[in-house]
Design a protein around this ligand. Structure first.
Ligand SMILES: Nc1ncnc2c1ncn2[C@@H]1O[C@H](COP(=O)(O)OP(=O)(O)OP(=O)(O)O)[C@@H](O)[C@H]1O
Length: 307
């Protein structure tokens, strides 16, 4: 089996006296779409920048595309495509002119051909003369993606690539990512969207600089060991008040006319929910635990550890 695209062990980065990435170990197989999730400020961008060769780690070791992350950062940078959270291009240039500009900046050989192929590959060819500034959010995202795959990287790092983009455009963007991965590209993508996490082959969840969960979505949900019950009925609001702080109840979230009740202690949760349903004349039923339930729980646990 070939070496994974990314394998890092105990990756650590400090800014001043603050440890922003704290002994993170992860691996990403070639051709895999790996999701990177975690609350704001948890260290995702910094970890991505360490793995792109843009930042020097303070500790840890690892290889990205076969290159050492401590000593071969230049080689990594050349073989990785990195789409930053706030990508930019010239609004008063067309799509094609923007890509030409990027290709020129990197002194790419066969510039005209590379730009044309990229336009075709990413479905931008018919819009090539459109001004970048006049594009919708989804097409801007696609242009940014085009700019970072133009040099044919083997690994793509995408930092919240679809923030603020509508669901249809996000779905199209993800179809594109799957197409690129099917062609052999490895993708690491950070996101706050649960539906996007579910489109990854595997996910990694980081909290306060520490990796706290990883695996397929099903594995992460299973490993969290949570029990979920749903309460419905006209007095669901009253049920929520009674469930607050009760035995076994860790989370209560209204979803339309129903309540999602989640907890780690399954037996205690079921008993409490049955009692409250009885008292309030509501219906209680077991439900599947969602990835979002798991992430809310992980965030709560991390806050408890910090306080
Ligand atoms: N160059 C820097 N100097 C000092 N502190 C920094 C620097 N870069 C990031 N940080 C701090 O490191 C922490 C982690 O930031 P990072 O951007 O990696 O998190 P993130 O998980 O990507 O967050 P978000 O989801 O909001 O993008 C934050 O507290 C941030 O303020």
């Amino acid at each position: 089996m070939s070496e994974p695209a990314i394998t890092v062990t105990d990756l650590t980065k400090r800014f001043g006296d603050k440890t922003v990435v704290d002994r993170v170990s992860l691996s990403v197989e070639r051709g895999e779409i790996a999701g990177f999730l975690g609350p704001n400020g948890s260290g995702k961008t910094t970890t991505i920048r360490l793995m792109c060769g843009l930042l020097q780690p303070d500790g840890g070791s690892g290889r990205v595309l076969g290159h050492d992350i401590q000593t071969e950062r230049g080689a990594i940078k050349r073989e990785v495509g990195y789409m930053t959270q706030r990508f930019s291009f010239y609004e008063d240039l067309t799509i094609e002119e923007n890509l030409n500009f990027v290709a020129g900046l990197y002194r790419m050989a066969g510039r005209r051909r590379v730009v044309r192929e990229t336009l075709q590959d990413l479905g931008l060819y018919s819009r090539r003369d459109q001004l970048a500034g006049s594009l919708s959010g989804g097409w801007k995202q696609r242009l940014a993606l085009a700019a970072c795959v133009m040099h044919r990287p083997k690994l793509l790092m995408l930092d919240e690539p679809t923030a603020g983009v509508d669901p249809k455009a996000r779905r199209d963007f993800w179809d594109e990512i799957h197409r690129l991965a099917a062609d052999g590209l490895t993708v690491l993508v950070s996101t706050h969207y649960m539906d996007e996490a579910e489109r990854c082959h595997r996910i990694n969840y980081i909290s306060y600089g520490t990796l706290v969960a990883r695996g397929t979505v099903a594995e992460v949900v299973r490993d969290a060991g949570l029990t979920t019950m749903v309460i419905s009925g006209t007095r669901a609001g009253e049920a929520a008040r009674r469930l607050e702080g009760a035995a076994g109840v860790d989370q209560i979230a209204p979803f339309g006319t129903t309540l999602h009740v989640v907890g780690r202690d399954g037996a205690a949760l079921r008993e409490t929910v049955a009692r409250v349903a009885e008292e309030t004349g509501t219906e209680a039923a077991p439900a599947e635990t969602s990835l979002e339930d798991v992430f809310i729980q992980l965030m709560g646990d991390a806050q408890d550890n910090m306080s």
